[in-house]
Design a protein around this ligand. Structure first.
Ligand code: GDP
Ligand code: MG
Length: 314
């Protein structure tokens, strides 16, 4: 090996400035606290939707920020819903599982409208996940300084945050500090994705992927790999400003169909609601999502059925 190659391979501490840092970062927080606003500020207009890699299927990649010395892969973890429904348990478990996988967690709080119960619940999850957490206190433009300082003290008491950063995401205030704090916590690592990586999926494929993800999230082991989603209809009505997506969830056995639909259709409704919300965010349009469940006996063993559905089994 030549000397040049050797130097290139070595990464010692004296070399730290030229080392590349990278990792996966989850942004969590209640609805409307400003998570999307912050992410859009980081990433600009473009929303990258990436074909999930096998090792990242627990999470959906929301965007990738690449600079000379770092790459942050922002991922979505399932919302931590404070509803008391039975499904909540599965969701919380899922969130916990996904959070353990990231390098840094950014917990966003709306400083002008605190939701203490939600905060408590989330902090418990964060403790379980045991990853470094940065607390972002957003919308500080809506509160006064004398209100802010005790809030920071209170949060400091509650959790060993790596940093507590007041920001106004909408106006870009404080976000450079959030970025530099994230980078500080990232490990040295490779550039996971090419800067130019964007999605090569069609909108229909994205829709089916998201629906399938929700099925897996909620159904878990009860409906093992025998689920496929086929988007049959996908059209945008300009006049009504409504995107209609009709999709069929294929299962292999009638018993699986029962599980998928749930008592009084509740399970399917939950899948539909979660998928619709996420797809509305991705496509930036109001969506009517029409979900159906059909039994296609042993389709996963049938090459022709797989081809016809344009599916791949994972
Ligand atoms: P998400 O549900 O957490 O993704 O929240 P969004 O990013 O969709 O933001 C919810 C609302 O809060 C939107 O109307 C934003 O414009 C608003 N918002 C976000 N950040 C700020 C901020 O720093 N100050 C103020 N005043 N409003 C903000
Ligand atoms: Mg959002």
């Amino acid at each position: 090996m030549s000397e040049k190659e050797l130097t290139h391979e070595s990464t010692n501490n004296s070399d730290i400035k030229s080392s590349f840092r990278s990792g996966f970062v989850a942004i969590v927080g209640a609805p409307n606290v400003g998570k999307s606003t912050m992410l859009n500020q980081f990433l600009g207009e473009k929303v990258a939707i990436i074909t999930p890699k096998p090792q990242t299927t627990r999470t959906q990649i929301r965007g990738i920020l690449t600079r000379d010395n770092f790459q942050i892969v922002f991922v979505d973890t399932p919302g931590i819903h404070s509803s008391k429904k039975a499904l909540n348990k599965a969701l919380v478990e899922w969130a916990e599982y996904a959070l353990k996988d990231v390098d840094v967690i950014v917990f966003v709080i709306d400083a002008s409208r605190r939701e203490k119960a939600y905060e408590e619940q989330t902090l418990k999850l964060l403790k379980e996940a045991n990853r470094p957490v940065i607390c972002v206190l957003n919308k500080v433009d809506k509160i006064s300084k004398p209100e802010l300082l005790p809030m920071i003290d209170e949060l400091k008491e509650k959790y060993p945050f790596k940093a507590i950063i007041p920001v106004a995401a909408k106006y870009g205030d404080g976000l450079d500090i959030v970025l530099s704090e994230i980078v500080k916590l990232l490990p040295e690592g490779p550039k996971y994705y090419d800067e130019t990586t964007t999605t090569d999926q069609s909108p229909e494929q994205i829709a089916s992927e998201i629906i399938r993800e929700k099925v897996f999230m909620l159904a878990g082991k009860e409906v093992p790999y025998s689920t496929a989603v086929d988007v049959e209809e996908f059209y945008y009505d300009e006049e009504r400003r409504l995107l209609t997506i009709r999709a069929i969830i294929y299962v292999e056995r009638p018993s699986q169909k029962g599980i998928m639909i749930g008592k009084q259709g509740r399970f399917l409704k939950q899948i539909g609601k979660m998928a619709r919300e996420e797809l509305e965010a991705i496509f930036g349009k109001r969506i009517y999502l029409d979900l159906w469940v059909k039994v296609l006996k042993d389709w996963s063993k049938d090459e022709r059925a797989i081809k016809r559905l344009g599916l791949s089994v994972r």
